[in-house]
Ligand binder design. Sequence first.
Ligand SMILES: C[S@@+](CC[C@H](N)C(=O)[O-])C[C@H]1O[C@@H](n2cnc3c(N)ncnc32)[C@H](O)[C@@H]1O
Length: 277
Amino acid sequence: MDHWSSAAYSSAASFVPKLTSTVVQYLAPRPTDRILDIGCGDGILTAQVAAMVPSGQVLGLDASQSMIKAAQEKSASSNCTYRVQDCAALLKSAPSDVLNGSWDKVFSNAALHWILRYAEPKASVFEAVREALKPDGVLVFEMGGAGNCAEIHAAMVAGLIARGIPTAEAHAASPWFFPSEAWMRKTLEDVGLVVEKLETEYRPTKLTPKTEDGKGGLEGWLKLMCAPFLDKFKTQKEKDDVVRWVADLLDGIITRTEDGSQWMGYVRLRVIARKSA
Ligand SMILES: C[S@@+](CC[C@H](N)C(=O)[O-])C[C@H]1O[C@@H](n2cnc3c(N)ncnc32)[C@H](O)[C@@H]1O
């Protein structure tokens, strides 16, 4: 099921592709680079990367039809194309022009914590990346790390439990995998990638402003990013009730008294890992 909507993404999470100066600096695009973007979303960031490689090529992959449609309409160019692809199954189902050792760089922003959640085994995603990269090519990514948005994560699980869903089932409904540095280092090294940089940053992040229609702010974020949790409920009323309950619970915790802005405890895990020459 496609839980993503490019319109909801731009009203509730437009900051995601913007807060990327560090990971793009680590990517260090060169004009001729061929770059694969895993979980490219609506292509806003992918297109920025493509503009930095005028003689190269960028291919964005994403499982969401809605996101890829938006990317094709708004962010495509002669050197930047997009395809629907479930990257949790990259090793099994990627077309041969992806896993062919022809890519200088594999890039990902804010997507691997979704992709790894359902990948089986999780290391298969990085095996696929290794197959895609040229010898000496690099994987550069940023994703949610251990403890990412823990307040929202806990409140959402609590919202399910409060409505009678068993605790284990409520945890299993989470669509995210937020790994520690230790897990990530071992997993990358086990598939033969050489870790050159691995860092975690606690980065409190300001949400988009609240809106009357509930599409922005915390409510908008919850409706979009927590949609897989909400699948536990049949009716729209039940879904709306749990979103309101979680938003009310968090309001007093994440709202700043000086200006009413709402901030979430984003934890970012950033990595540069190289395939041996
Ligand atoms: C928070 S968005 C990030 C999008 C983009 N990289 C950016 O920086 O704006 C996460 C993206 O991961 C994608 N995603 C989630 N699970 C995926 C999967 N299994 N395979 C491919 N993409 C996936 C979603 O469709 C969504 O577009």
